[in-house]
Design a protein around this ligand. Structure first.
Ligand code: DP6
Length: 347
């Protein structure tokens, strides 16, 4: 099982190389999860000669092409010198369109589970490279806590992988309030967004250097547990990424009026306190992730509920990276799930 992450310093825009999903700047995120978390992905994989092609069931439905999944399986098969196709059954505990990166969680979990199913004992660094080839942001979800994805320089991507910069236990008070205001599918896919921004935004040219210099400051803020600084860096990075999106042509806008209302709530409470006690950040969608600490969680939630029309608020702390559910239980899961997902398969 594994979990998604929320980026504090974001990955947006790819450079061209021989390998897939090579970023123009490094990025940093917090892997979600923690005790009693409602945010996880559980995946079972079986490789079998009986299968004619890779087959995927996500959240109970057949999915012909889950983002990056075939690439991950292909890469692992090459490493293991295996030919068997796979049956993948995966379940997300959170709604797909809630602004929680399901492809990051799915790709990192698949890389972890499938590599073990093939008997590969991959280091977290190599897992990160494999997961990255599925979905860029997945590179970070192979570690828990606060994680940096080093952009690397090589065209083959062998130096573009994640490292852990702080364990989940380093700053246990940090909390992510995922504020779901819309569950509509995004009009511009992330892949299209990455490309359009790189190709058309003049503002984007300044972004890689801005992100890299803020990563240094963010690492310092994490080390010192300086929430005021961390919050400013998180908010400014989100603003910066969304500014380059809007500067693209045709413009890309993921934020809605409700997103702006949430930004206002956070700005107002921070101004009122004379320091940053919360930070907003948005990925490619309108739902805010509001980062705060245990001390202010209730106050922030109260203000949000007062000012925003919510569908749902989902809470998460920092969690660990992918882990087995237990050798026996994942095998039992796979055997039990396979015939349900695919009635003609028998193992
Ligand atoms: C905006 O290419 O990783 O979330 O695979 O659809 O999750 P998905 O997208 P991906 O780019 C998403 C980038 C981001 C910022 C980030 O997570 O760094």
């Amino acid at each position: 099982m594994g979990s998604p992450n929320i980026a504090f310093i974001k990955y947006w825009g790819m450079r061209k190389g021989h390998a897939r999903n090579l970023p123009n700047n490094s990025s940093v995120s917090m892997t979600l999860g923690g005790k009693g978390s409602r945010i996880f992905t559980v995946t079972s994989v079986i490789f079998s000669e009986k299968l004619k092609k890779d087959t995927f069931y996500i959240d109970g439905r057949k999915d012909e092409h889950p983002k990056g999944a075939s690439e991950i399986l292909e890469r692992l098969r090459k490493m293991a010198d295996a030919k068997e196709k796979a049956l993948v059954v995966s379940y997300n505990s959170f709604p797909k369109s809630a602004g929680i990166a399901s492809s990051a969680s799915g790709s990192a979990t698949l890389a972890f589970v499938a590599s073990r199913a093939l008997g590969l004992k991959l280091s977290r660094k190599r897992l990160s490279i494999v997961a990255r080839e599925g979905s860029g942001s997945a590179a970070r979800s192979v570690f828990g806590g606060i994680v940096k994805w080093r952009m690397g320089k090589l065209k083959n991507g062998s130096d573009s992988y994640a490292v852990q910069i702080a364990k989940p236990s380093h700053w246990p008070e940090l909390i992510d309030l995922i504020c779901v205001v819309s569950k509509l599918k995004k009009k511009v896919s992330t892949n299209e967004g990455h490309e359009r921004t790189v190709n058309t935004s003049a503002l984007y040219r300044a972004r890689p250097a801005f992100a890299e210099s803020n990563i240094k400051r963010l690492a310092y803020a994490v080390k010192r547990k300086d929430f005021h600084l961390l919050a400013e860096l998180i908010m400014r990075d989100s603003n910066s990424m969304h500014a380059t999106m809007f500067d693209s042509w045709p413009p890309i806008r993921y934020l809605t009026d409700e997103s702006w209302n949430m930004i206002q709530v956070v700005q107002d409470v921070n101004r009122h306190h004379g320091e940053n006690i919360a930070a907003y950040t948005f990925d490619a969608g309108p739902n805010a992730h509001i980062i705060t600490t245990d001390k202010y969680k209730s106050l922030i939630k109260k203000l949000l509920v007062k000012h925003i029309k919510f569908l749902e608020i989902i809470e998460s702390k920092a969690g660990g990276g992918p882990r087995p559910l237990g050798e026996r239980s994942s095998l039992i899961n796979a055997e039990r799930l396979a015939p349900i997902a695919h009635p003609r398969l028998r193992f």
